[in-house]
Design a protein around this ligand. Sequence first.
Ligand SMILES: [Zn+2]
Ligand SMILES: [Zn+2]
Length: 393
Amino acid sequence: MKRLNPMLQRLEQFYEEMVQLRRELHMYPELSFQEVETPRKIAAIHRELGLDVRTEVGGRGVVATLRGGKPGPTVALRADFDALPIQDEKEVDYKSRVPGVMHACGHDLHTATLIGVARVLVERKEELAGNVVFIHQFAEEVSPGGAKPMIEDGCLDDVDVIYGYHVWAGIPYGEVRVTEGYMMAAVDDFIIHIEGKGGHGATPHVTVDPIVVGSQLVLNLQQIVSRRVDPLKPAVLTVGSFVSGNAFNVIPGTAQLRGTIRSFDDDVRALMEQALKEVTEATCRAAGAKARIEFLRGYPAVNNHAEPTKWIEEAAKPIVGADQVKPLTPIMGGEDFAYYLQKVPGTFFFVGGENSELNAVYPHHHPKFDVDERAMIIGGKVFLAAVARHLLK
Ligand SMILES: [Zn+2]
Ligand SMILES: [Zn+2]
């Protein structure tokens, strides 16, 4: 604590700079897999700080390594930096300048936090017994995501433990939430192509109506979660799109359903995939239609390791107060942080960003999404405390 406190105070001195960087990123957001200026900017800052910087890691990722003055373990901190295809509808001067693209998930804050933390740690380099790897990840929002190719390209080589945080709009500013075990869901998407037989709306008997088959299928699919999955194990199946036909009196030839499946357990995940295929094939066959399924396996579930979770909990308590560190109820959203946790121990935690005084009350991916920027201080301090635990001996 003796050596940690000055580091925490130092981070506060970088706050204005972190806000400025966050707002710059916010004004010029870039979509997943299309990031160019964002990684360039990140790499330039880390180089200026004197870190070893690798660019184009796994595609568009940036990995900066700070080598401590003494030997020791390697701690990785991760921030994502992609934005979303959403039109910014906030009335603030740092509103997105790119039409139809917006940082509506807070990844701009994650990035600025990591840079702030790097600034503090660079000054303490000689005292650190070990290394810190700053993983700036592209494309978190769109599967297959950036984490997997970055890992394949070596971003976790020699890493002993990894931490990441997400600022969370639904949690009041000032709180930190942690949980060990399953925290965010596995995400699988599907597209079902139904092939019927088109014809005149007045002669349904000589057609195979894909709209009726599709409607039945939507309902039958709802029975997978309600009748086949263990009620004590969470699962969701949502059909989010049903496209077919465009006239009053024409029975179309085809219909297309798109949807998403969320689960935690590997068993449940496999069961859902299997059941989706069975129910689709059986429903279509019964009506004389054909089905083709594209099953798009997405991110696995985020499964936090016990010890690192405890360490983050302990790190956060003196920073926000013990009563402000709360257990996190798992959510069905997905995160490709899951891949890092399959390789090395670590934990992913939430930092509250909701503040009605700042109009930061809208959910993630909403056109008016915003959060209390001071969440960066909390996230950054927790990171510093975690690093100190491992590297300040
Ligand atoms: Zn998001
Ligand atoms: Zn996000």
